[in-house]
Design a protein around this ligand. Structure first.
Ligand code: ADP
Length: 317
Protein backbone atom coordinates (compact mmCIF):
# COMPACT_ATOMS: atom_id res chain seq x y z
CA UNK A 1 0.00 0.00 0.00
CA UNK A 2 1.29 3.45 -0.89
CA UNK A 3 1.18 6.05 1.85
CA UNK A 4 0.14 9.63 1.23
CA UNK A 5 1.57 10.67 4.56
CA UNK A 6 3.65 9.05 7.26
CA UNK A 7 4.99 10.51 10.47
CA UNK A 8 7.44 8.68 12.67
CA UNK A 9 8.22 9.66 16.22
CA UNK A 10 7.24 13.21 15.57
CA UNK A 11 8.02 15.52 18.47
CA UNK A 12 7.38 19.24 18.80
CA UNK A 13 8.55 21.19 21.78
CA UNK A 14 7.78 24.90 21.50
CA UNK A 15 10.20 27.52 22.81
CA UNK A 16 7.99 27.83 25.87
CA UNK A 17 8.90 24.24 26.74
CA UNK A 18 5.43 22.99 25.82
CA UNK A 19 5.53 19.53 24.24
CA UNK A 20 2.77 19.81 21.65
CA UNK A 21 3.54 16.50 19.93
CA UNK A 22 4.86 13.57 21.88
CA UNK A 23 6.30 10.92 19.56
CA UNK A 24 3.44 10.84 17.08
CA UNK A 25 3.29 7.96 14.60
CA UNK A 26 0.71 8.11 11.83
CA UNK A 27 0.28 6.50 8.43
CA UNK A 28 -2.34 7.68 5.97
CA UNK A 29 -2.93 5.52 2.90
CA UNK A 30 -3.26 7.00 -0.55
CA UNK A 31 -6.94 7.66 -1.31
CA UNK A 32 -7.94 7.66 2.35
CA UNK A 33 -10.28 10.12 4.03
CA UNK A 34 -8.57 10.49 7.37
CA UNK A 35 -9.54 12.46 10.47
CA UNK A 36 -7.30 13.71 13.21
CA UNK A 37 -9.79 14.13 16.02
CA UNK A 38 -9.03 15.83 19.28
CA UNK A 39 -9.94 18.66 21.65
CA UNK A 40 -8.48 22.16 21.53
CA UNK A 41 -4.82 22.17 22.37
CA UNK A 42 -4.36 18.48 21.45
CA UNK A 43 -1.67 19.23 18.87
CA UNK A 44 -3.66 19.01 15.63
CA UNK A 45 -2.59 22.37 14.17
CA UNK A 46 0.98 21.72 15.20
CA UNK A 47 0.91 18.43 13.30
CA UNK A 48 -0.50 20.06 10.19
CA UNK A 49 1.92 22.96 10.56
CA UNK A 50 4.89 20.58 10.51
CA UNK A 51 3.59 18.62 7.54
CA UNK A 52 3.11 21.82 5.58
CA UNK A 53 6.46 23.23 6.78
CA UNK A 54 5.02 26.20 8.63
CA UNK A 55 6.25 24.82 11.95
CA UNK A 56 9.68 23.27 12.51
CA UNK A 57 9.69 19.89 14.16
CA UNK A 58 11.90 19.06 17.09
CA UNK A 59 12.39 15.39 16.22
CA UNK A 60 11.08 12.68 13.95
CA UNK A 61 10.42 12.26 10.26
CA UNK A 62 7.56 13.06 7.90
CA UNK A 63 7.14 11.73 4.37
CA UNK A 64 4.60 12.91 1.81
CA UNK A 65 4.11 10.24 -0.85
CA UNK A 66 7.55 8.96 0.09
CA UNK A 67 9.25 12.38 -0.04
CA UNK A 68 10.91 13.48 3.17
CA UNK A 69 10.08 17.00 4.31
CA UNK A 70 13.73 17.31 5.37
CA UNK A 71 15.40 16.38 2.10
CA UNK A 72 12.74 16.97 -0.55
CA UNK A 73 10.66 19.78 0.82
CA UNK A 74 9.72 21.25 -2.56
CA UNK A 75 8.43 17.90 -3.86
CA UNK A 76 6.56 17.30 -0.62
CA UNK A 77 5.00 20.78 -0.68
CA UNK A 78 3.91 20.40 -4.28
CA UNK A 79 1.88 17.36 -3.34
CA UNK A 80 -0.01 19.07 -0.53
CA UNK A 81 -2.89 21.53 -0.61
CA UNK A 82 -3.61 23.28 2.66
CA UNK A 83 -6.89 24.81 3.78
CA UNK A 84 -6.24 26.86 6.91
CA UNK A 85 -8.85 27.49 9.54
CA UNK A 86 -9.12 31.24 9.02
CA UNK A 87 -9.78 33.11 5.79
CA UNK A 88 -6.47 34.56 4.72
CA UNK A 89 -7.03 36.08 1.31
CA UNK A 90 -7.14 39.67 0.22
CA UNK A 91 -10.86 40.39 0.23
CA UNK A 92 -10.49 43.06 -2.45
CA UNK A 93 -9.16 40.55 -4.99
CA UNK A 94 -11.45 38.84 -7.45
CA UNK A 95 -12.30 35.21 -6.85
CA UNK A 96 -10.63 34.03 -10.05
CA UNK A 97 -7.45 36.01 -9.33
CA UNK A 98 -7.14 34.57 -5.83
CA UNK A 99 -6.96 31.09 -7.30
CA UNK A 100 -4.73 31.90 -10.28
CA UNK A 101 -2.26 33.82 -8.11
CA UNK A 102 -1.91 30.86 -5.80
CA UNK A 103 -1.01 28.61 -8.73
CA UNK A 104 1.77 31.08 -9.53
CA UNK A 105 3.33 30.46 -6.11
CA UNK A 106 3.74 26.83 -7.14
CA UNK A 107 5.30 27.71 -10.45
CA UNK A 108 2.30 26.70 -12.56
CA UNK A 109 2.55 28.49 -15.96
CA UNK A 110 -0.12 31.17 -16.40
CA UNK A 111 -2.13 29.44 -19.12
CA UNK A 112 -2.26 26.20 -17.18
CA UNK A 113 -3.04 28.13 -13.98
CA UNK A 114 -6.06 29.72 -15.63
CA UNK A 115 -7.37 26.38 -16.87
CA UNK A 116 -6.81 24.77 -13.49
CA UNK A 117 -8.43 27.70 -11.67
CA UNK A 118 -11.49 27.36 -13.88
CA UNK A 119 -11.66 23.66 -13.16
CA UNK A 120 -11.37 24.19 -9.39
CA UNK A 121 -13.93 26.98 -9.31
CA UNK A 122 -16.36 24.86 -11.35
CA UNK A 123 -15.87 21.92 -8.98
CA UNK A 124 -16.53 24.05 -5.93
CA UNK A 125 -19.56 25.76 -7.45
CA UNK A 126 -17.88 29.18 -7.68
CA UNK A 127 -17.42 29.68 -11.39
CA UNK A 128 -20.38 32.06 -11.59
CA UNK A 129 -18.68 34.23 -8.98
CA UNK A 130 -15.29 34.39 -10.69
CA UNK A 131 -15.43 38.15 -11.29
CA UNK A 132 -16.75 39.03 -7.82
CA UNK A 133 -14.41 40.53 -5.25
CA UNK A 134 -13.96 38.09 -2.39
CA UNK A 135 -15.54 40.50 0.07
CA UNK A 136 -18.89 40.07 -1.68
CA UNK A 137 -18.90 36.29 -1.29
CA UNK A 138 -20.95 34.64 1.43
CA UNK A 139 -19.20 32.82 4.27
CA UNK A 140 -19.86 29.48 2.60
CA UNK A 141 -18.44 30.65 -0.70
CA UNK A 142 -15.32 31.94 1.02
CA UNK A 143 -14.81 28.51 2.60
CA UNK A 144 -15.19 26.87 -0.80
CA UNK A 145 -12.79 29.38 -2.29
CA UNK A 146 -10.18 28.34 0.26
CA UNK A 147 -10.58 24.77 -0.96
CA UNK A 148 -10.44 25.79 -4.64
CA UNK A 149 -7.28 27.75 -3.95
CA UNK A 150 -5.70 24.79 -2.17
CA UNK A 151 -6.41 22.56 -5.17
CA UNK A 152 -5.23 24.77 -8.01
CA UNK A 153 -1.72 23.29 -8.21
CA UNK A 154 -3.31 19.82 -8.31
CA UNK A 155 -2.02 18.38 -5.05
CA UNK A 156 -2.61 14.73 -4.18
CA UNK A 157 -3.16 15.30 -0.48
CA UNK A 158 -5.63 17.90 0.75
CA UNK A 159 -5.23 18.94 4.38
CA UNK A 160 -7.98 20.91 6.05
CA UNK A 161 -7.63 22.42 9.52
CA UNK A 162 -11.04 22.28 11.19
CA UNK A 163 -12.91 23.07 7.98
CA UNK A 164 -16.29 23.30 9.65
CA UNK A 165 -15.47 24.80 13.06
CA UNK A 166 -18.01 27.50 13.82
CA UNK A 167 -19.82 26.88 10.54
CA UNK A 168 -23.62 26.49 10.52
CA UNK A 169 -25.13 23.09 9.88
CA UNK A 170 -26.29 23.80 6.35
CA UNK A 171 -22.89 25.03 5.24
CA UNK A 172 -21.17 22.18 7.03
CA UNK A 173 -23.29 19.69 5.08
CA UNK A 174 -22.57 21.36 1.76
CA UNK A 175 -18.84 21.33 2.48
CA UNK A 176 -19.08 17.63 3.29
CA UNK A 177 -20.64 17.01 -0.12
CA UNK A 178 -17.74 18.75 -1.87
CA UNK A 179 -15.14 16.94 0.17
CA UNK A 180 -16.74 13.58 -0.45
CA UNK A 181 -16.79 14.25 -4.17
CA UNK A 182 -13.10 15.18 -4.15
CA UNK A 183 -12.21 12.04 -2.23
CA UNK A 184 -14.22 9.87 -4.62
CA UNK A 185 -12.17 11.36 -7.44
CA UNK A 186 -9.06 9.96 -5.78
CA UNK A 187 -7.81 12.85 -3.66
CA UNK A 188 -6.44 11.82 -0.27
CA UNK A 189 -7.93 14.00 2.45
CA UNK A 190 -6.73 14.67 5.97
CA UNK A 191 -8.87 16.87 8.15
CA UNK A 192 -8.67 17.89 11.75
CA UNK A 193 -11.87 18.22 13.67
CA UNK A 194 -13.49 18.00 17.03
CA UNK A 195 -16.83 16.84 15.66
CA UNK A 196 -17.33 13.10 15.99
CA UNK A 197 -20.31 13.42 13.64
CA UNK A 198 -18.07 14.76 10.90
CA UNK A 199 -15.70 11.83 11.30
CA UNK A 200 -18.60 9.40 11.28
CA UNK A 201 -20.11 10.76 8.09
CA UNK A 202 -17.02 11.49 6.04
CA UNK A 203 -13.98 9.60 7.12
CA UNK A 204 -12.76 6.05 6.72
CA UNK A 205 -9.96 6.17 9.27
CA UNK A 206 -9.38 8.24 12.37
CA UNK A 207 -6.65 8.96 14.84
CA UNK A 208 -7.58 10.47 18.17
CA UNK A 209 -5.03 12.84 19.62
CA UNK A 210 -4.92 14.28 23.11
CA UNK A 211 -2.11 16.20 24.75
CA UNK A 212 0.19 15.52 21.84
CA UNK A 213 -0.26 11.75 21.92
CA UNK A 214 -2.15 9.49 19.56
CA UNK A 215 -4.58 7.52 21.72
CA UNK A 216 -5.98 5.32 19.01
CA UNK A 217 -5.76 4.97 15.24
CA UNK A 218 -8.32 2.74 13.55
CA UNK A 219 -11.13 2.51 11.00
CA UNK A 220 -14.06 4.73 11.92
CA UNK A 221 -16.54 1.83 11.85
CA UNK A 222 -14.45 -0.04 14.38
CA UNK A 223 -14.24 3.00 16.66
CA UNK A 224 -18.00 3.44 16.50
CA UNK A 225 -18.57 -0.23 17.24
CA UNK A 226 -16.71 0.33 20.52
CA UNK A 227 -19.36 2.85 21.44
CA UNK A 228 -22.40 0.62 21.27
CA UNK A 229 -24.62 0.85 24.32
CA UNK A 230 -25.85 3.94 26.09
CA UNK A 231 -26.42 5.25 29.57
CA UNK A 232 -29.55 7.21 30.46
CA UNK A 233 -30.35 9.41 33.42
CA UNK A 234 -34.01 9.16 34.45
CA UNK A 235 -35.80 11.60 36.72
CA UNK A 236 -38.47 9.71 38.56
CA UNK A 237 -41.72 10.56 40.22
CA UNK A 238 -41.38 10.04 43.99
CA UNK A 239 -38.47 9.21 46.25
CA UNK A 240 -36.27 6.14 46.21
CA UNK A 241 -34.34 5.16 49.31
CA UNK A 242 -32.38 2.34 47.71
CA UNK A 243 -31.27 1.24 44.26
CA UNK A 244 -34.10 -0.66 42.58
CA UNK A 245 -33.29 -4.17 41.36
CA UNK A 246 -34.44 -4.40 37.79
CA UNK A 247 -34.50 -7.42 35.55
CA UNK A 248 -31.94 -7.33 32.69
CA UNK A 249 -30.86 -3.74 33.27
CA UNK A 250 -28.15 -2.36 35.49
CA UNK A 251 -29.30 0.59 37.52
CA UNK A 252 -27.64 3.06 39.90
CA UNK A 253 -29.29 5.46 42.29
CA UNK A 254 -27.74 8.89 41.83
CA UNK A 255 -30.16 10.91 43.98
CA UNK A 256 -33.47 10.09 45.73
CA UNK A 257 -35.33 11.01 42.58
CA UNK A 258 -32.97 10.09 39.76
CA UNK A 259 -31.40 6.88 38.55
CA UNK A 260 -28.90 5.96 35.92
CA UNK A 261 -29.50 2.95 33.65
CA UNK A 262 -27.39 1.21 31.01
CA UNK A 263 -28.91 0.16 27.74
CA UNK A 264 -26.76 -2.50 26.14
CA UNK A 265 -26.61 -3.18 22.45
CA UNK A 266 -29.81 -4.95 21.36
CA UNK A 267 -31.90 -3.65 24.29
CA UNK A 268 -34.64 -1.16 23.53
CA UNK A 269 -35.97 1.85 25.39
CA UNK A 270 -39.39 0.11 25.31
CA UNK A 271 -37.97 -2.82 27.28
CA UNK A 272 -36.43 -0.43 29.73
CA UNK A 273 -39.82 1.21 30.31
CA UNK A 274 -41.59 -2.13 30.69
CA UNK A 275 -39.15 -3.11 33.40
CA UNK A 276 -39.58 0.23 35.14
CA UNK A 277 -43.38 -0.05 34.87
CA UNK A 278 -43.30 -3.50 36.39
CA UNK A 279 -41.27 -2.11 39.29
CA UNK A 280 -43.83 0.69 39.76
CA UNK A 281 -41.35 3.41 38.87
CA UNK A 282 -42.79 6.37 36.98
CA UNK A 283 -40.37 8.34 34.82
CA UNK A 284 -40.74 12.11 34.49
CA UNK A 285 -37.95 12.62 32.01
CA UNK A 286 -34.91 10.93 30.59
CA UNK A 287 -31.72 12.08 28.94
CA UNK A 288 -28.51 10.59 27.62
CA UNK A 289 -25.82 10.61 30.21
CA UNK A 290 -22.91 10.75 27.85
CA UNK A 291 -22.16 12.57 24.85
CA UNK A 292 -20.53 9.86 22.74
CA UNK A 293 -17.32 11.71 22.15
CA UNK A 294 -16.96 12.42 25.82
CA UNK A 295 -17.58 8.76 26.57
CA UNK A 296 -14.95 7.77 24.05
CA UNK A 297 -12.47 9.96 25.83
CA UNK A 298 -13.32 8.54 29.20
CA UNK A 299 -12.73 5.06 27.84
CA UNK A 300 -9.47 5.95 26.14
CA UNK A 301 -7.94 8.11 28.83
CA UNK A 302 -9.81 7.20 31.97
CA UNK A 303 -10.75 10.83 32.43
CA UNK A 304 -13.11 13.24 30.82
CA UNK A 305 -11.76 16.02 28.68
CA UNK A 306 -12.85 19.17 30.37
CA UNK A 307 -12.24 21.18 27.29
CA UNK A 308 -14.94 21.99 24.81
CA UNK A 309 -15.46 18.77 22.91
CA UNK A 310 -18.78 18.07 24.50
CA UNK A 311 -20.19 21.42 23.58
CA UNK A 312 -19.01 21.04 20.02
CA UNK A 313 -20.19 17.48 19.63
CA UNK A 314 -23.66 18.54 20.64
CA UNK A 315 -23.65 20.83 17.66
CA UNK A 316 -23.27 24.24 19.26
CA UNK A 317 -22.91 26.56 16.34
P1 ADP B 1 -4.97 22.07 18.41
O1 ADP B 1 -4.77 22.45 16.98
O2 ADP B 1 -5.29 20.62 18.59
O3 ADP B 1 -5.96 22.95 19.11
P2 ADP B 1 -2.29 23.12 18.79
O4 ADP B 1 -1.40 22.33 17.92
O5 ADP B 1 -2.71 24.48 18.33
O6 ADP B 1 -3.58 22.25 19.18
O7 ADP B 1 -1.60 23.31 20.20
C1 ADP B 1 -0.99 22.23 20.93
C2 ADP B 1 -0.35 22.78 22.18
O8 ADP B 1 0.77 23.57 21.84
C3 ADP B 1 -1.27 23.67 23.01
O9 ADP B 1 -0.99 23.46 24.37
C4 ADP B 1 -0.88 25.05 22.58
O10 ADP B 1 -1.12 25.99 23.61
C5 ADP B 1 0.61 24.89 22.33
N1 ADP B 1 1.09 25.81 21.29
C6 ADP B 1 0.60 25.95 20.04
N2 ADP B 1 1.31 26.88 19.35
C7 ADP B 1 2.25 27.33 20.19
C8 ADP B 1 3.31 28.29 20.08
N3 ADP B 1 3.52 28.96 18.95
N4 ADP B 1 4.09 28.50 21.15
C9 ADP B 1 3.90 27.80 22.30
N5 ADP B 1 2.94 26.88 22.48
C10 ADP B 1 2.12 26.64 21.44
Amino acid sequence: MRHALTAQNLVKIYGSGKMALDHVNLAIAEGDFFALLGPNGAGKSTFIGIVSSLVTKTEGTVHVFGHSIDDEILKAKQLIGIVPQEFNFNIFNRTFDVVVTQAGYYGVPFKQAKASAEDCLQQLGLWEKRFEAVRFLSGGMKRRLMIARALVHQPKLLILDEPTAGVDIELRRSLWVYLEKLNQQGLTILLTTHYLEEVEILCRNVAIIDQGRILVEKPVHSLLADLNGETFILDIDGILTETPTLESFSCRLISPNSIEMDLREGQTVNELFQVLDAAGIRVLSLRNKFNRLEELFIRLTGHSTERNMQKNEEGAE
